[in-house]
Design a protein around this ligand. Structure first.
Ligand SMILES: Nc1ncnc2c1ncn2[C@@H]1O[C@H](COP(=O)(O)OP(=O)(O)OP(=O)(O)O)[C@@H](O)[C@H]1O
Length: 237
């Protein structure tokens, strides 16, 4: 079995008096494909934000590649190989597609921000033909692909893909799925947060379920999805 790359221990987050996450433990192994699911508002993005360093404080902690992340800013976590995409793609709207890739390359300094490297990132998501276009000229699925290219330009060890498929057609879902499989085959560990259940079941080797901020299940996808508490959480949406 491969090494644990990420360990979350007792992660909790409150917004004022509201508990959005509570006591979440999670382990992810190197090279794994994990589906993180749960009804709307169950805390999936909050978990991602805590992990990526978007929130300054929360309970519990994360260990990534053996190093505690507490106190590290988002960019420091990114430099260590932790990447995430956003539910709503966030390209630099004033920059061309290729410049959107040059920015993370240049910023992190781990890779030379050469044209070749930026083009290779675009080729990996089949956007090389649109390198000179502006983000507003891209379709929804192309924007999702650009978001993935931006997140993976630095060849992260772990990628959290937060609803990369929302609102896409079946064919487009397949395109993004293929891309995520390719990234995983290249060695990237992936946490997929997704409501498109077909994609989650095709992709995930394991599924963890959040309901009202608590992890209620974690294990083999078929066994997890058959649990009464998981069915109830979804049917009760
Ligand atoms: N910055 C914030 N301030 C206050 N409440 C917040 C904030 N961010 C999230 N919440 C609340 O925390 C709860 C969990 O939200 P979160 O976005 O993590 O859920 P989610 O599982 O990602 O949902 P979805 O599937 O709809 O994206 C929700 O009730 C949400 O309203």
């Amino acid at each position: 079995m491969s090494a644990v790359v990420l360990r979350a221990e007792g992660v909790g987050k409150r917004f004022g008096g509201f508990t959005a996450l509570s006591g979440v433990d999670l382990e992810v192994r190197a090279g794994e494909r994990l589906g993180l699911i749960g009804p709307n508002g169950s805390g999936k993005s909050t978990f991602t934000n805590c992990l990526a360093g978007a929130f300054p404080s929360h309970d519990g902690g994360f260990t990534f590649k053996g190093e505690k992340l507490a106190g590290m800013k988002a960019h420091e976590r990114a430099r260590r190989g932790l990447a995430r995409t956003f539910q709503l793609p966030r390209p630099f709207r004033g920059l061309s597609v290729i410049d959107n890739i040059r920015v993370p390359l240049a910023y992190a300094g781990r890779e030379a921000a050469t044209d070749e490297r930026a083009m290779a990132c675009l080729e990996a998501v089949e956007l090389a033909g649109k390198a000179a276009r502006m983000p507003k000229e891209l379709t929804q699925v192309e924007l999702r692909r650009l978001e993935l290219a931006r997140a993976t330009a630095l060849r992260p060890e772990l990628l959290i893909a937060d609803e990369a498929m929302a609102g896409l057609s079946n064919t487009e879902v397949d395109q993004i799925l293929a891309l995520l499989f390719r990234l995983n085959e290249g060695g990237t560990t992936i946490i997929m947060i997704e409501h498109v259940m077909r994609a989650v079941t095709e992709f995930s080797q394991r599924i963890a379920v959040l309901v009202a901020g608590k992890k209620v299940a974690d294990g083999d996808p078929r066994a997890v999805l058959a649990l009464p508490e998981v069915e109830e959480a979804y049917l009760g949406r």
